[in-house]
Design a protein around this ligand. Structure first.
Ligand code: SF4
Ligand code: SF4
Ligand code: SF4
Length: 317
């Protein structure tokens, strides 16, 4: 028997990133990947490990980790040594902060308004593996499109940007109005009086389409930050996260992770996802104790947290 398994049972191994397959003494090795980025040389090493210890293929998990299936129990010690030598490490399972996920954000994607991957990597360094009552997943998205699904994570962030018009640069082409109608939230219209675009503050979802699309750069970013969602999950009983704050700064996202995890550790029952802790104790208590007066939302967002509730819609909600 492996020296490792002599000391650890299968449950402990799973918590450490070695997950038992259906077959006897065969495991999936889950390699830690923070923020969805992995150095190309390490990627090659992971592929070599899959050839040496698995069946020559890797699987990319929904959480952006790399898995090597078909690793034999008897090879564990040697596998771990090779993994260390390659500069790779195992991910985790169980009641902990999991590897933090992200899209490429503003460093690569034209829609990105924040450095989602860079922030997620920093957050992963600080919070990966912190023990919590149940699994705790965190995602950073570069913009409100939210590809890494911030609303489906225990704690999720997406970039948001407030546009400001420099009227002297506007040529009145109305392209921004068209873009806002098709991809934003119909928050812009051309003023008949001034022939300039006017923004409806209640309808704006801070996506920045007007800024990206304006040919004369008349729309500029007045402020950039993150929207914050808490309590989302997938699984048999999915739960959509609650939007609890807007325009949080990069550094404040780390502060919020710490505050949210601390609150969850104090109030969550063992085996209870934070969304259910919030359901049990009330969102208002969470807001009061974690967000206080400092972290607030720009609007009363609707139940899905993806566009403002308008006066005309309140009666229908
Ligand atoms: S969330 Fe936005 S920035 Fe991130 S990949 Fe999707 S479109 Fe690009
Ligand atoms: S796209 Fe730019 S130039 Fe055209 S109307 Fe809008 S702000 Fe003005
Ligand atoms: S940020 Fe988005 S929703 Fe707001 S005005 Fe610009 S395009 Fe429209």
């Amino acid at each position: 028997m492996s020296d490792l398994l002599a000391k650890l049972d299968a449950r402990t191994l799973k918590a450490g990133g070695l997950i038992k397959q259906r077959e006897k003494d065969i495991f999936v090795a889950r390699i830690r990947v923070a923020a969805g980025n992995i150095d190309a040389d390490k990627m090659i090493k992971a592929a070599e490990l899959a050839k040496k210890y698995g069946r020559g293929f890797c699987h990319f998990t929904f959480q952006q980790s790399i898995e090597i299936p078909w690793v034999k129990l008897e090879d564990f010690d040697s596998f771990r040594r090779d993994l260390d030598a390659a500069g790779l490490s195992l991910a985790n399972c169980g009641p902990k902060v999991r590897a933090i996920t992200a899209c490429s954000g503003c460093t690569i994607n034209p829609y990105g308004v924040v450095d989602a991957a860079g922030l997620a990597a920093k957050a992963d360094e600080r919070f990966f593996g912190v023990e919590t009552p149940h699994k705790f997943k965190i995602a950073y998205a570069g913009c409100p499109i939210g590809c890494p699904n911030p609303q489906g994570n225990d704690l999720g962030f997406h970039g948001m940007v407030e546009p400001e018009l420099h009227a002297d640069l506007c040529n009145g082409c109305s392209l921004c109005v068209t873009l806002c109608n098709s991809r934003g939230n119909g928050a812009l219209k051309m003023s008949e009086e001034t022939q300039l675009p006017e923004r409806d503050l209640e309808k704006c979802i801070y996506c920045g389409e007007c800024i990206v699309g304006c040919p004369t750069e008349a729309w500029v970013a007045k402020r950039v930050g993150h929207a914050v969602y808490v309590g989302g999950k997938h699984g048999r009983f999915p739960r959509w996260a609650d939007r609890v704050a807007d325009f949080v700064s990069d550094e404040e996202t780390f502060e919020l992770i710490e505050r949210v995890v601390q609150w969850y550790r104090e109030h969550g029952k063992r085996g209870e996802r934070i969304g259910y802790t919030i359901d049990r104790l009330g969102l208002e208590k969470f807001r009061r104790e974690v967000c206080g007066d400092r972290f607030t939302t720009a609007h009363t967002w609707n139940a899905r947290g993806d566009r403002p509730v308008l006066e005309s819609e309140v009666a229908r909600e």
